[in-house]
Design a protein around this ligand. Structure first.
Ligand code: FES
Length: 117
């Protein structure tokens, strides 16, 4: 895993994550689950906001763009981490993701204050 400027971290070849697939990697101390949704990569912290279970164990529905937590059935939108149903009410932490030169890159989004908001 290589780190570039602006906080982007190279995860590996995009060919290792095909449309409809999910895969888990580490961003430092944080487990991150990545999703390939129709060729676009999305990434969330691998932690359900209900009771901290691993989201990556759950069912990824590419048609709906959601991941369902195995433990109690909460669903999250993989594009923005929004909680879609009970028992989770808080969004999952989202990471920025992009593909460049055939590689997947992730980064923790800059804080709102740093982004000039
Ligand atoms: S831990 Fe995920 S729904 Fe309860």
């Amino acid at each position: 895993m290589a780190e570039s400027n602006e906080g982007w971290v190279c995860i590996g070849p995009s060919a290792d994550l095909l449309p409809g697939e999910k895969r888990t990697e580490w961003m430092g101390e944080t487990p991150v689950v990545m999703f390939n949704l129709d060729g676009e990569i999305h990434a969330l912290e691998d932690r359900c906001t209900h009771e901290d279970f691993e989201l990556s164990v759950g069912h990824f529905d590419p048609a709906e763009g959601s991941i369902e937590c195995t433990l109690h059935g909460a669903k999250f939108d993989v594009r923005d981490g929004r909680a879609l149903c009970a028992p989770a009410y808080t969004s999952a932490r989202r990471f920025e993701a992009r593909i460049a030169d055939g590689l997947i890159w992730l980064r923790d989004p800059p804080a709102a204050a740093d982004a000039g908001a």
